[in-house]
Ligand binder design. Structure first.
Ligand SMILES: *[C@@H]1O[C@H](CO)[C@@H](O)[C@H](O)[C@H]1NC(C)=O
Length: 362
C-alpha cells in the first residue's frame, strides 16, 4: 500500500514527467507557418511547413531551406511584385522533401516585364523565376507568368516533379513573352511527369546530366522538347521522353549542340509514345551547328544512340516545315527509329555522319 505522502508525491511528479519532451521532439518544431519572406528564412528546424499566401515586395527574393525530410504544403498563393531583384526569385532547397502545392500559384507578374526581347535585351527580367535545388517530390502547383525562364532544376539526389503547371499563355499576346522556358534541367536522377507547359520557348531544355525522364507531360505554344543547347564540356546521357503531347510549337523534338563546342556529348536518348502536332519549323531536328538549325556542324562533340522505339511516336508538321533534319559533324551508333512517323512537311535532310539510322517513316 502507498502512504498518503508517497501518493501525493506521485500525483505531483507524474504530470511533470509526462511534460518533458523527448530529445527528438525538442530538435524540431512540429508545424511552422510561413506567411512572409522573413518567416520563410526561419524553417530549418521544421518537420512540417505550411506556406500561406503573401506578396513578395520589390527587391526581395524568397528562399526556402527546408529541414531534411520536411513535409510542406501550400494553403495560399504567393505573388511577386514587379522587382529589381535578379533571379531566382524563389529558391526551394532541401533533401528528401515532400512538397504539395495544393494547386496554389507562384505568380511572377510577367506582363510587367514582357517586351518581346526576353533575356536578349529590353527590360531586365529576373531569371530563372524558380530554382528547385532539392530532392524528393514536388507536386501540384502552378507557376504563372514568369518574366523569362520559369523553373531551373539542379538537384543533387533523386527528384520527382509532378503535376506542375507553367502557365505563360498570357505572353502570347502581341508576342511579348520570350525565353520563357518551362523546365531547364542541369541535374541527374530527375523525373518530370504529368505536368503542363504553355509558353514561348523550350518546354524542357536539358543542358547536362544523366538518368532524366520526361513523361506524360503536355507542351504547347513553345519550342518543343529539347536537349541542349550543349556547351563545351557538357554531357547529357540516359534521357527518356515518353508519352508526352506537344502541340502548336516551333519544333517537336530537338537535340542542339553548340557549333563552337570543343568537347561534350549527348548519348542514349529515347523517345517513346509521344504525340506531336502543329509544328511550324522542324518535326525532329538533331544538329551540331547550333545556333544554326542546319549549318556547318562542329566535330568536337559526339551524339550517339538516339532512338524512337517502344511505343509509336507520331509527329505532324505544317506544310512549310521540315519533317526531319539531322545535321551531324560527329554522330555514331546504330539508331532505331522504327517507332517514328513524321508527316505533313517538306522532305527530310539527313546527314548522320557515322551513325546508322534504321526504320521510321518521315
Ligand atoms: C539509357 O538510359 C536509360 C534511362 O533513360 C537507362 O535506364 C539505361 O540504363 C541507359 N542505357 C545505357 C546503355 O546506358
Amino acid at each position: 500500500m502507498f502512504s498518503k505522502s508517497s501518493l501525493l508525491a506521485a500525483v505531483l511528479v507524474a504530470p511533470l514527467v509526462l511534460a518533458v519532451p523527448s530529445p527528438t521532439e525538442t530538435a524540431k518544431r512540429s508545424t511552422c507557418t510561413v506567411d512572409s519572406v522573413d518567416s520563410a528564412s526561419d524553417i530549418s528546424d521544421c518537420s512540417t511547413v505550411e506556406i500561406q499566401g503573401f506578396t513578395v515586395a520589390d527587391g526581395d527574393t524568397l528562399t526556402f531551406s527546408f529541414a531534411d525530410g520536411a513535409s510542406v504544403t501550400m494553403t495560399g498563393d504567393i505573388t511577386f511584385a514587379s522587382t529589381t531583384a535578379s533571379g531566382p526569385l524563389v529558391t526551394l532547397e532541401g533533401t528528401d522533401i515532400t512538397f504539395n502545392g495544393g494547386d496554389r500559384t507562384f505568380d511572377g507578374n510577367g506582363a510587367d516585364y514582357w517586351d518581346g526581347e526576353g533575356t536578349n535585351g529590353g527590360k531586365a527580367k529576373p531569371h530563372p523565376f524558380m530554382k528547385i535545388k532539392a530532392s524528393g517530390l514536388f507536386e501540384e502547383f502552378t507557376v504563372l507568368n514568369t518574366p523569362a525562364q520559369a523553373i531551373s532544376v539542379g538537384n543533387d539526389a533523386a527528384l520527382t516533379i509532378s503535376k506542375v503547371t507553367v502557365n505563360n499563355k498570357a505572353g502570347d499576346t502581341d508576342s511579348l513573352g520570350h525565353n520563357t522556358d518551362g523546365f531547364d534541367v542541369s541535374a541527374s536522377n530527375v523525373k518530370i511527369a504529368n505536368s503542363v507547359v504553355e509558353n514561348q520557348d523550350d518546354c524542357i531544355a536539358i543542358n547536362s546530366g544523366s538518368n532524366i525522364i520526361f513523361e506524360d507531360n503536355t507542351c504547347s505554344g513553345g519550342h518543343g522538347m529539347s536537349i541542349g543547347s550543349i556547351a563545351s564540356g557538357k554531357t547529357v546521357s540516359g534521357v527518356k521522353f515518353a508519352g508526352n503531347t506537344v502541340t502548336d510549337s516551333m519544333y517537336g523534338v530537338r537535340i542542339k549542340v553548340d557549333q563552337d563546342a570543343t568537347s561534350g556529348s549527348v548519348s542514349n536518348v529515347t523517345y517513346s509514345g509521344n504525340t506531336i502536332s502543329g509544328i511550324s519549323e522542324y518535326g525532329v531536328l538533331i544538329t551540331q551547328s547550333y545556333p544554326d538549325n542546319d549549318g556547318t556542324p562542329g566535330t568536337d562533340t559526339t551524339i550517339s544512340d538516339v532512338n524512337f522505339d517502344g511505343e509509336p511516336n507520331t509527329i505532324t508538321v505544317d506544310s512549310s516545315a521540315y519533317n526531319v533534319v539531322v545535321d551531324c559533324g560527329d554522330c555514331t551508333g546504330t539508331w532505331d527509329w522504327n517507332e517514328l512517323t513524321v508527316s505533313g512537311g517538306k522532305s527530310s535532310e539527313i546527314s548522320a555522319d557515322d551513325a546508322t539510322i534504321n526504320g521510321g517513316s518521315y
